[in-house]
Design a protein around this ligand. Structure first.
Ligand code: UDP
Length: 234
């Protein structure tokens, strides 16, 4: 087992599956199975989930909604996703706790660092909803911050692309994949891995990031057992 404690970041968009909006239950079930497989190996697993399949703060101003209000709407969207994920994980017999970045006590525990670590030690999957709980941040920044706080070994950024490329592989057929790359090279080459706040937090705290395709069955398991999956940034 290459990693003992991981922070898995899932984007909201990934939950859409083939849909244009919302949550695809087949995709959620697939994720639950992937998560269960590594959980059963004894990996301690925390998850940060995005909200882009429902709402993003940057959309707000276009529709006349105040940006800060929009960011809170985005954070609420992450709670909706987190609740859906929690429910499906529990259906798959995985113990979970949902912790929120702001008070929403009917459905989430507050985020308390020591308590989050205790949950992980007891073998519960901890899901972090509502981002950091402050506007102008993203769930990528939340993933970096929470990973540092819980002393995770790595941030695993599960996306629909299987790593970091020299150019956008969905647009440029000549794009080549990096298997390993340094933080400094990502910056000097202007590659897009995470937003700057999220990326710098990892760099400054020597927290490696692995970008991989979460939609390929077995990828999460394979990278945990040490196979070269996606791109490692360190
Ligand atoms: N958000 C925020 N603060 C946070 C995390 C998220 O304001 O700490 C808001 C922000 O508006 C963001 C939205 O929640 O656009 C949804 O999160 P994100 O865009 O990171 O989701 P993803 O792209 O991963 O689906």
């Amino acid at each position: 087992m290459r990693y003992k404690r991981i922070l898995l970041k899932l984007s909201g968009e990934a939950l859409m599956g083939q849909q244009q909006y919302g949550i695809d239950s087949a995709r959620l079930q697939q994720y639950a199975e992937e998560i269960k497989r590594v959980k059963d190996m004894g990996v301690e697993l925390a998850i940060v989930i995005g909200g882009g399949n429902i709402y993003r703060g940057v959309q707000a101003e276009k529709s006349g909604i105040d940006r800060v209000q929009g960011d809170y709407m985005g954070m609420l969207a992450t709670v909706i996703n987190a609740m859906a994920l929690q429910s499906i994980l529990e259906k798959n017999n995985i113990y979970t706790r949902l912790m929120s970045g702001f008070d929403i006590e009917k459905v989430c525990e507050p985020f308390i660092r020591r308590r989050a670590i205790r949950h992980l030690e007891k073998g519960r999957v901890v899901i972090f909803g509502a981002g950091i709980g402050s506007p102008y941040f993203t769930t990528d920044s939340t993933a970096s911050l929470r990973a540092i706080e819980i002393e995770a070994d790595i941030v695993l950024k599960g996306t629909r692309v299987d790593g970091v490329y020299t150019a956008d592989p969905e647009k440029d057929p000549n794009a080549e994949k990096y298997h390993n790359i340094t933080f400094n090279d990502v910056i000097s080459k202007g590659l897009n891995v995470m937003d700057t706040t999220a990326f710098t937090l990892c760099q400054e705290n020597n927290l490696p990031i692995r970008v991989f395709d979460m939609n390929v069955p077995g990828n999460l398991y394979n990278l945990i057992i040490g196979e070269e999956v996606g791109t490692l940034i360190e």
